[in-house]
Design a protein around this ligand. Sequence first.
Ligand SMILES: Nc1ncnc2c1ncn2[C@@H]1O[C@H](COP(=O)(O)OP(=O)(O)OP(=O)(O)O)[C@@H](O)[C@H]1O
Ligand SMILES: NC(=O)NCCC[C@H](N)C(=O)O
Ligand SMILES: N[C@@H](CC(=O)O)C(=O)O
Length: 400
Amino acid sequence: MSERVVLAYSGGLDTSVAIPYLAEQTGGEVIAVAVDVGQGGEDLDTIRKRALACGAAEAVVVDAREEFAADFCVPAMQANALYMDRYPLVSALSRPLIVKHLVAAAKEFGGTTVSHGCTGKGNDQVRFEAGLSALAPELKVIAPARDFAWTRDKAIAFAEDKGLPIDVSAKSPYSIDQNLWGRAVETGFLEDIWNGPIEDVYEYTADPAEPREADEVVITFAAGVPVALDGRPLTPYQVVAELNRRAGAQGVGRIDMVEDRLVGIKSREVYEAPAAIALMAAHMELENVTVERDLARFKRSVDQRWGELVYDGLWFSPLKESLDAFIADAQRHVSGEVRMTLHGGRAVVTGRRSAASLYSYDLATYDTGDAFDQSLAKGFVELWSLPSKIAAKRDRDLDV
Ligand SMILES: Nc1ncnc2c1ncn2[C@@H]1O[C@H](COP(=O)(O)OP(=O)(O)OP(=O)(O)O)[C@@H](O)[C@H]1O
Ligand SMILES: NC(=O)NCCC[C@H](N)C(=O)O
Ligand SMILES: N[C@@H](CC(=O)O)C(=O)O
């Protein structure tokens, strides 16, 4: 049987050109797999037909939007995952899901090799290939952009030579990757890190400086899963999609940063992630109300490690799996409602309530007649500061 190459197909110039190129290189057939992770744009059927028109033997399109929201975005939110305290892991979340579907297609169609269009300079090559190593180590990998140094000019010449039905003139000045969780913009004039992003860069968010009425939203969580907006029950996908619209309309979630890639390069990234930023702010606040102090403190270090593992392409790794179990357990009491004002580029929590709340008015109030016995505090403070007191006395005695 001839080689069958399963190609991660995004429908653009590079992966369209890769179809006849891979067939030529391997003497085999190409199975194109396009995964809908909420990136919007062209409909999947148009993309499927283009893959076939470029010579794919089979073209598979997968609507994975609900799966992406429930199994990738929600866990990221539960981990309050912000790489370098800012980046909500937009592309890093979609790659392992695409890998899952590539492996499923390889099983279904007898694929022996997998191909993707990542360059050798990015994180995404690592995420694809580390995921493949974990799920299907028997599959070989070809990455034409990296392994055969494909450039855009080469791709256009090849497309014209083969008469491929793709519009080679449509070219954004940026490299963009977008999905339900957010949008990442790189390259072009943004590569000079002194250049500020112009309004043109943004698509998910309106200009936060424009005057407009504020929006108020109440988000309901059940055991760490967002289940309703303003009292309307919704799936995780629907929650994220609606919050992208509403928080995006208020300019929430713009991020401009220089980040440390896994391959050692520092890169300038402009992100917009309105729903991710709003949801994470609400979720963190509900954790503040419902998670016990020591668990919350420990979880912050787990959250950070989880985000780094996922950024670094280790979604399918033993440590990530064990951290998932910890985070899921820590979500048991994270149920209740958070009210937020979305306005001027910010998502600000203004109210919280939960049947599992650890906040006690009677303990916290400064009014008289409360339940907190202040006389106990005096002895506590003395014993708490005793080690420092003893050490300070020693230093004074020794005059050091
Ligand atoms: N929705 C998707 N479904 C399947 N594979 C995808 C999808 N999005 C991206 N990929 C794969 O990930 C690679 C890297 O994505 P990236 O967004 O960096 O490239 P790209 O510029 O979209 O590629 P192209 O120019 O072909 O559109 C793509 O070349 C493709 O192999
Ligand atoms: N424009 C893009 O294709 N960006 C993809 C990478 C985004 C981000 N820096 C990441 O590594 O996840
Ligand atoms: N997707 C881009 C950037 C990245 O992975 O960080 C690439 O393949 O090069």
